[in-house]
Design a protein around this ligand. Structure first.
Ligand code: ADP
Ligand code: ASP
Ligand code: MG
Length: 418
């Protein structure tokens, strides 16, 4: 397996946008294309953008829960599907939806062409299931745009340097959109989804959560890493590294959503905390008497992306993404380590760029949890985040209480627009 350590600059230099003609990348998530009626609506939105005079690239996810269904199907057939074949299978969902959107656009009287990730020139390393983009060979997309077509690209996938089909990790259609926006020098990268933008907490859990007008890349990275699945973590990383501004907004309305971009003064003035995020399931391991060098060496070898690390005497606690759980367990067993998995834990995190310059955030958060009678098992911090590992059954009430304690439901917490 050849795995690249980072997502490099696409090898194709962005061209100057042509005078008067903007290029827009519009990404639609699974719920936005969940049935034929919604597919026709997405087609309508792409055509409307084209009519406004732009060059339009649509990037689509698989319909509804199709990727989950394909993953489950694979596991019904085989207990441990071969990674290459699993990618071959699960990349299919996006091919279906982008072909359907292209058909619906033709019915509206416009030219459209659907392309797989491979046809669109998205070249990746060979790490199946979490491939990194090494290059975007965008000639075919450019030619189609020059022929006045709306170009549909199947999200979440590419072709490896060994010419196999790869996928970019769950939620990876966001990454396809950011990568195409960077490679083609798009004026906008719009992420259309089933909520109105990025909120101060998951709006499905906290009804009074507010939409944020703007979030910095750093905050969004922390939020995505700690459970706000509205944007895939790697897509935010890519957007930051390549200076792509993301606009997260609703598929179902024309309202402005949330801009994810460089931090500026106005972001810091008003809100100290931008959001409270959570996960109900975490892969947390406690390991005894193994030197950290040996432990993390073995985990790196096994391709495990270690998230949080806490060292307590000769014990090490670490967490990893859920999809790496199995690889971590196997690596710990192979190491002959004395380890236990803390599968009863979830995580609640408080994130905000203003935290850097405002003392007392940790004090308020700990006091809030104490009032609830919830005792964090582990705590980890970054300059703009405090994360509490808690018993899973306490997660929801902790999110709600911290959201209240930092007054995130109030209009005062709102940020000015760019
Ligand atoms: P898509 O299919 O469009 O990619 P996702 O399901 O990946 O959509 O992401 C959108 C979901 O993210 C929302 O339905 C919402 O429940 C969830 N979510 C979690 N945290 C947040 C947050 N802080 N702001 C907005 N949405 C969030
Ligand atoms: N369909 C893929 C998934 O469910 C990619 C995406 O939706 O972004 O993970
Ligand atoms: Mg998503």
């Amino acid at each position: 397996m050849t795995e690249t350590a980072f997502e490099p600059v696409p090898a194709v230099a962005p061209s100057e946008p042509e005078a008067g003609l903007g290029l827009v990348v519009m990404k639609f998530g699974g719920t936005s294309v969940a049935d034929p009626e919604k597919i026709r609506r997405v087609a309508g939105r792409l055509v409307a953008a084209k009519r406004r005079g732009g060059r339009v690239i649509g990037v689509v996810s698989a319909m509804g829960q199709h990727t989950d269904e394909l993953v489950a199907l694979a596991h019904n057939v085989s207990p441990e599907p071969q990674p290459r074949e699993l990618d071959m299978l699960i990349s299919v969902g996006e091919r279906i939806s982008c072909a359907l959107v292209a058909m619906a656009i033709s019915d509206l009287g416009h030219g459209a062409i659907s392309l797989t990730g491979s046809q669109a020139g998205i070249v990746t390393d060979t790490a199946h299931g979490k491939a990194k983009i090494v290059e975007v060979r965008d000639r075919r997309i450019r030619e189609a745009l020059d022929r006045d077509r709306i170009v549909l690209v199947a999200g979440f996938q590419g072709v490896s340097t060994d010419l196999d089909i790869t996928t970019l990790g769950r939620g990876g259609t966001d990454l396809t959109a950011a990568a195409l926006a960077a490679a083609l020098g798009a004026d906008a990268c719009e992420i259309y989804t089933d909520v109105d933008g990025v909120f101060t907490a998951d709006p499905r859990l906290v009804p009074e959560a507010r939409k944020l007008h703007a979030v910095s890349y750093e905050e969004m990275l922390e939020m995505a890493a700690s459970g706000a699945k509205v944007l895939q973590l790697r897509s935010v990383e890519f957007a930051r590294n390549h200076d792509v501004k993301l606009h997260v907004r609703s598929t179902f309305t024309d309202e402005a959503g949330t801009w994810v971009r460089e931090e500026d003064e106005r972001m810091l003035e008003k809100a100290i905390i931008s959001g409270v995020t959570h996960t109900v399931e975490e892969a947390v391991f406690e390991v005894r008497d193994v030197t950290p060098a040996d432990l993390f060496g073995a985990l790196a070898e096994a391709g495990v992306n270690v998230d949080t690390v806490i060292q307590i005497g000769s014990d090490t606690v670490f967490s990893a993404p859920l999809e790496d759980r199995r690889a971590a367990e196997d690596a710990l067993t192979a190491l002959g380590a004395d380890w236990v998995e803390r599968s009863e834990l979830g995580k609640v995190s408080v994130v905000g760029a203003g935290m850097r310059s405002h003392p007392g955030i940790a004090a308020r958060a700990f006091a809030t949890l104490r009032e609830l009678g919830v005792e964090p098992r582990f705590v980890s911090t970054s300059p703009i985040k405090i994360a509490f590992f808690l018993p899973r059954e306490s997660v929801e009430q902790a999110v709600q209480a911290l959201h209240d304690a930092f007054e995130l439901g109030s209009t005062e917490a709102e940020r000015a627009h760019a």
